[in-house]
Design a binder for this molecule. Sequence first.
Ligand code: 5GP
Ligand code: MG
Length: 180
Amino acid sequence: MEKDIQEVLLTEAQIRERIRQLGEVLTEEYADKNPVIVGVMKGVVIFYADMIRHIKVPCQMDFMWISSYEGTNSTGSMIVKRDVSADIKGRHVVILEDIFDTGNSLQFVYNHLMEKEPASLEICTLLDKPSRRNPAVTLKPKYVGFQVPNAFVVGYGLDYNEYYRNMPYIGVLRPEVYEK
Ligand code: 5GP
Ligand code: MG
């Protein structure tokens, strides 16, 4: 795997420290709120497992699985493959996601969960790639781990063709890998 990585963007230590900091913020803001923490599969799994242990308040774990139709990026083309199992009406909900890129997927997830009338709904994304934002997406993640440059990154849950998710750090994939 390592030979396919052009540059290490975020080391394990950097990720660990940032998650600890985010955990402190969420622990404070969600004290007594009994939140439901919703992870968007599958990219989020590694981040989720680390993050949840730093949110030191009583909370429920839940997951969603969405998918988009091939060859398009628009929000309208996404479907819920697996919905949350908790009844989130009147609950404080935090969406955990791996990366906020165009914003299309999170906008879709956000709209979908808002229909269930949560008491509050916020987004916590490990990575934010603002350069690629769809101008139609007005949503802003409240909690962001790191801003990343406009490059295709893998590792720590993020994949290319389902591989590299198990790399413990985040790196930029060599363009030759996906251009060949
Ligand atoms: P968005 O809908 O915000 O454009 O993208 C969201 C999804 O696209 C992410 O959840 C992730 O699965 C994928 N994605 C966007 N940028 C990257 C990237 O740099 N690397 C990887 N591995 N996936 C990405
Ligand atoms: Mg994803």
